[in-house]
Ligand binder design. Structure first.
Ligand code: IMP
Length: 502
């Protein structure tokens, strides 16, 4: 007969934290939110891979491309670039993150002197940018010949067919800098010379990028930025259990900092094989994780196969229909609690700490703190990040509100990138495990993250914890009844229109 586990499968909304004594010493701005992401042995702390904010963006087409990876790493978190794309395009994304220099942008509006004013206006309309670099071949890295901004022409006076070469500000009149200049030096030049943009070029005059005055505030150094030893932003990348022998070397060569096998069910021999291949080929230098699993057995299996961290969660994702389709999964809170206990037991037994990541199912900001209190070392989020400007998907107006597209990796839309017909994990798709949806548009990542992190910090203060390890140790949780859930929101009052939340 089948085994029936004791206890109910529970999720985050069924729990609340109780406050502990808040000491005067636990100030909000002194809370340490750094999180461990790779295994380490007792006595060999600190962990070889730490992130400055316990948040990772999901391995999904609709969430984690290079733009998201850059934005999140600048705030201290980590993205895992989606794996459901060709090796070449994923490698290109890794390169773009690793080559990113805050404040230095690749010129995306470029023309040649032979183009006309009409071309300038058309390009401006398409990109929304009013600074156009004029290069010999019209590419972002061609020989710099001049710049066109709206100060160089008057639409009412300059003929539409006037050649760019006749009205651009030519190279001789430009203030420029050579490659290698630091951001603060570049900004000083912008201020001292009263210019709006500074082209950066190589010694043989090829355009490298631009620094814009308007970006100044955004690009002040962020002390939490997630940087590697060479001061480059860090990024993770998703892999699969089929083409790892090709994909893994290519991603590592491009500079990926950590890999993660992307699958809804990680308790498989395919995952063990993939992890073992990576260990055999690269030893412990390469950081790689497996998942997803929802119990102690799955955790132990992946840890024994060599996983650096283990991802927890099946069926709780907002776009996920795995439970409906296959009847497989577990309430996210129950899964995290059991796997966290297994991690602690493994640490006690072997002296090796293997971090766990709670993946999916975060609906409210407070769920994040609950998951961290229940034992997650860090979190992976899809829906949360999909709502921001920095996610790769389109922003649309639907029924009078702005939304962003968000689809599951198990939806037809995501899986169409390539057909897998030859068995193995993720073999031919007979049914979907994810939906194609919209999420409410929420603006800039930084603004939202700042608000979320303030709440997480405030909760840690209430729990008398000044770090995530202290939170895990000290947190006291209680299961709530459905009636008390009602009591948790505004109730028995008539809400003003401005207070209604979607
Ligand atoms: P969310 O943060 O609740 O939106 O959940 C995101 C997580 O859902 C991802 O990190 C994946 O683990 C999982 N996921 C992504 N796509 C699918 C899918 O198509 N079906 C099931 N789960 C998915």
């Amino acid at each position: 007969m089948a085994t029936i586990l004791d206890g109910t499968s529970r999720t985050f909304s069924e729990y609340l934290l109780l406050p502990n004594l808040t000491s005067k010493a636990t100030a909000v701005d002194r809370i340490d939110l750094r999180a461990d992401v790779a295994r380490y042995r007792k006595g060999e702390e600190p962990c070889p891979l730490r992130i400055n904010l316990p948040m990772a963006s999901a391995i999904m087409q609709a969430v984690s491309h290079d733009g998201m990876a850059i934005a999140l790493a600048r705030e201290g978190g980590l993205s895992f670039l989606f794996a459901s794309q060709s090796v070449e395009s994923q490698v290109e994304m890794v390169r773009r993150v690793k080559n990113y220099k805050a404040g230095f942008v690749t010129s995306d509006s470029n023309l040649t002197p032979e183009h006309s004013l009409a071309d300038v206006l058309a390009l401006k309309k398409r990109t929304g940018h009013s600074t156009i670099a004029i290069t010999g071949d019209g590419t972002p890295n061609g020989t710099l010949l001049g710049i066109v901004t709206s100060r160089d022409y008057r639409v009412s006076r300059t003929p539409m067919d006037a050649k760019v070469g006749s009205f651009m500000t030519p190279f001789d009149h430009l203030v420029y800098a050579y490659e290698g200049i630091g951001l603060s030096e570049a900004n000083d030049l912008i201020w001292d010379r009263k210019i709006n943009q500074l082209p950066v070029i190589t010694r043989d005059r090829r355009l490298v990028g631009m620094v814009f005055r308007k970006d100044y505030d955004e690009h002040k150094e962020n002390p939490d930025e997630l940087l590697d030893a060479d001061k480059r932003l860090m990024t993770g990348a998703g892999i699969n259990t089929r083409d790892y022998a090709v994909r893994v070397p290519a991603l590592l060569d491009a500079g990926a900092d950590v890999l993660c096998i992307d699958s809804s069910d990680g308790f498989t021999e395919w995952q063990a094989e993939t992890l073992q291949w990576i260990r055999k080929t690269y030893g412990s230098e390469v950081k790689v994780s497996g998942g997803n699993i929802v119990d102690a057995e799955g955790f132990r299996y992946l840890v024994d196969a060599g996983a650096d961290f283990v991802k927890v969660g099946i069926g709780g994702g907002s776009i996920c229909i795995t439970r409906e389709q296959k009847g497989i999964g577990r309430g996210q809170a129950s899964a995290v609690l059991e796997v966290a206990a297994a991690r602690d037991a493994y640490f006690k037994e072997t002296g090796i700490y293997v971090p766990i990541c709670s993946d999916g199912g975060i609906v409210y900001d407070y769920h994040m703190t609950l998951a961290l209190a229940m034992g997650a070392d860090f979190l992976m989020l899809g829906r949360y990040f999909a709502r921001f400007d920095e996610s790769p998907t389109r922003r649309l107006m639907v029924n009078g509100s702005y939304v962003k597209e968000y689809w599951g990796e198990g939806s037809n839309r995501a899986r169409n990138w390539q057909r897998y017909d030859d068995g193995g994990e993720g073999g031919r798709m007979a049914f979907e495990e994810g939906v194609d949806s919209y999420v409410p548009y929420a603006g800039k990542l930084k603004d939202n993250l700042d608000a979320t992190v303030s709440k997480v910090r405030a909760t840690l203060v209430s729990c008398g914890a000044s770090s995530l390890a202290e939170l895990r140790e000290r947190a006291r949780l209680t299961v709530v009844s459905s009636t008390s859930i009602v009591e948790g929101g505004a109730h028995d009052v008539i809400l003003k229109e401005s207070e209604r939340r979607s």
